[in-house]
Write a new protein. Structure first.
Length: 337
């Protein structure tokens, strides 16, 4: 069944077409980074308006790129949450309206479910069960994934998520929006160890995270130090190293606790090269596997939504045909079963 996937949870408009027999036929993403850069962060109202503008255009472009017609679509999937309410409503409205008009089912997908299943799009993707490390701007979570809709929360951030801490720390260092990628680039020219930052909650005895204090430590150091270009790079490198150390430590704990041998890393921070290098090395020594989505699937995209919906439909979920538009800006992943 050909599935149209729509992603509009925040500042990227994603549209994709996925067929379980032929694979991913189209995957288009319009980023709003340039628009929001002038404000130093995402402006929800502007994000919603941009989704309204680009979503119909991307749908037509995806159909043309895949060489299919609207009548070939068998189901329409969209991000129902979590995310910005207005942005979610744009995608939900378009999806439910199209589904009703075409007489096909619509299916609302959890944004994080899309991320954690996205590595399975690869030909050598992981098999259930596995541990998932979700690291993005809004979420840092460890999950045991036993099947589609069968997710057990093992630990999560009690304050700032890793991506949020990256963004806030970048702003403290005077880096441009989007802060996370800017900080990671700066860290490549720095040397960790010149500044000493904490590794929060590595002795907590659980699988939870906390990155707010790490951000505050950067603020304290930046106020007490003359930040030359070299010092800023070294501080960025130490911050990145601290986050990577914590994520690696907790991921290893999760693997030992569950007894599983495969880790899936997903979300925007999952594209961080330092994090990938550390996990690859430490997991190889232990005989465990690490799987990542393709780089273009780390950020928000319609492909992960279409794929997650296809898996749900294949497992027997019917979708809805009532045209009801409902979104969940706050939606715990463990409740999606």
């Amino acid at each position: 069944m050909l599935v149209l996937g729509i992603e509009s949870s925040c500042d990227e408009t994603g549209v994709a077409l996925y067929d379980p027999q032929r694979g991913l036929l189209a995957n288009l993403v319009h980023s709003q980074i340039a628009m929001h850069a002038a404000y130093g962060g995402v402006v929800p109202e502007l994000a919603s308006r941009d989704h309204v503008r680009y979503l119909p255009l991307l749908i037509e472009q995806a159909l043309a790129e895949a060489g299919v017609a609207r009548d070939d679509i068998g189901a329409i999937a969209y991000t129902a949450g979590p995310g910005l309410a207005g942005a979610l409503l744009v995608g939900a409205s378009v999806a439910e309206s199209m589904a009703l008009g075409l007489g096909v089912p619509a299916i609302g997908i959890h944004h994080l479910e899309g991320h954690l299943l996205s590595p399975m799009l690869a030909t050598d993707g992981p098999a259930f069960p596995f541990v998932a490390l979700l690291v993005s701007g809004g979420h840092t979570q460890l999950m045991r994934v036993s099947g589609v809709g069968d997710y057990e929360l093992l630990g999560e951030s009690v304050d700032d998520a890793a991506g949020e801490a990256f963004d806030k720390t970048a702003k403290l260092l005077g880096l441009p929006y989007p802060g996370g990628p800017s900080l990671a680039r700066l860290a490549e020219s720095g040397v960790p160890g010149r500044f000493i930052l904490p590794r929060p909650m590595v002795r907590s005895g659980d699988l939870d995270f906390s990155f707010s204090g790490l951000k505050t430590a950067v603020l304290t150091l930046s106020q007490a130090t003359a930040l030359t270009d070299e010092a800023r790079a070294d501080l960025a490198a130490e911050f990145q190293q601290a986050v990577v150390d914590v994520l690696e430590f907790k991921a290893i704990q999760a693997m030992a606790q569950t007894g599983l041998d495969t880790l899936v890393v997903a979300g925007g921070v999952g594209a961080n090269r330092r994090l990938r290098a550390r996990l690859d090395a430490s997991f190889a020594r232990k005989g465990w596997r690490v799987r990542y989505p393709a780089p273009e699937l780390c950020t928000d995209n319609g492909a992960m939504i279409a794929f997650a919906a296809s898996m749900r439909l294949s497992s027997g979920e019917a979708g809805r045909r009532d045209g009801v538009i409902a979104v969940k800006p706050r939606w715990p992943l463990a409740t999606t079963a």
